[in-house]
Write a protein that binds this ligand. Sequence first.
Ligand code: ZN
Length: 107
Amino acid sequence: MRTNRSREHLADEILAAFLDGEVSKSQIRAIQNHLNLCWKCRSALAELETAAEATSRLLAERSKDEIDRSLQARERFLRWKAAFEARELFFFKCHPPQWAFAGGVLA
Ligand SMILES: [Zn+2]
């Protein structure tokens, strides 16, 4: 990795690896040395950091939305099931089984 030349700017991949903690200790030192001297790479790193935060925030929100959606679907199903069961109960209260037999439904 060519990060140690302080005159060369750090590549985005290197900055990203640095952010993710995927660089060795000596590389961290070299990168930090360069960052201390170079505002351009510092701002690139800040941009990457912001982008990474936004991405993880987006992912977190999306999975929260998905959880909400599945919870809502489950609630809807349970409400529908309860309503269905209540209706079924109501049906049998109003229409005793003899009616069903007489009507040939359960014969
Ligand atoms: Zn630089």
